[in-house]
Design a binder for this molecule. Sequence first.
Ligand code: FES
Length: 270
Amino acid sequence: MAQVTATPTAPNAQHPEQTVLQRFRRDQPWWLLPLTVVTVLGGFGLYVLWTAFIESPPGSVNHVSEWGPYLSPFFSPLIWKSGPVSPAIFVLWSPLIFRASCYYYRKAYYRSFFLDPPACALGEMRHRAYHGESRFPMVLNNLHRFTLYAALVILGWLWYDAFLAFFSVDPANHGHVWLGLGTGIMLANVVLLTAYTFSCHSLRHLVGGGLDCYSTARLGMARNGAWRALTKINLRHPMWAWLSLFSVMLTDVYIRLLQHGLFVDPHIVF
Ligand code: FES
């Protein structure tokens, strides 16, 4: 009797295109990712509350997270430094709504915080009528395209802050260039925030997504070039979302450490 033997296959023959990270995720229990997202996003939210309001009581020297030429992104632009409330309140609403209504973060926190659904391979746990973004509270997600404009303005301010981080506020060093570890952190932060903002799905659509034909549209070819460039970074939007979240927090932590005298900024002055 003829024997049929199975042809040995390579371990990943069925998923030859998978990266190491994708293979790692596939082998983990489904709840690990939601738990990680809840921990990171929840921790970030608590940290923002602490640095913006608890650590910054009116009249205290810590009212604003700033040190030397560095200003925390949570307080920029610094609209009202010595008022009765934390100046962060004038700034934070816009980036927080921008992130909360981000298409990627929505997927992450719908799954992780609300288990709705918990993962792509698991079914819906609740079956309700779905009305898209036409009813409260989902209709609030439409704010994303409007907070995008505010995010672009704030991004300009953060680039200005990163520029100022190259100049000491110390009169003894007036006119000299300051290169500190904090300068590098502030610069890296604004670069990552730029990548996050410019990889936004709404911005990509705004630039070229609504056109049927580029060649007949006004500035069509320029818009096509911009759309192609944005598409390249849009493919990594989740990565920019997480990296920029960490960098914003790291920048504030670093400035708070300097402010409390717990760390000395390594620097050189030219
Ligand atoms: S879709 Fe994520 S920032 Fe716009």
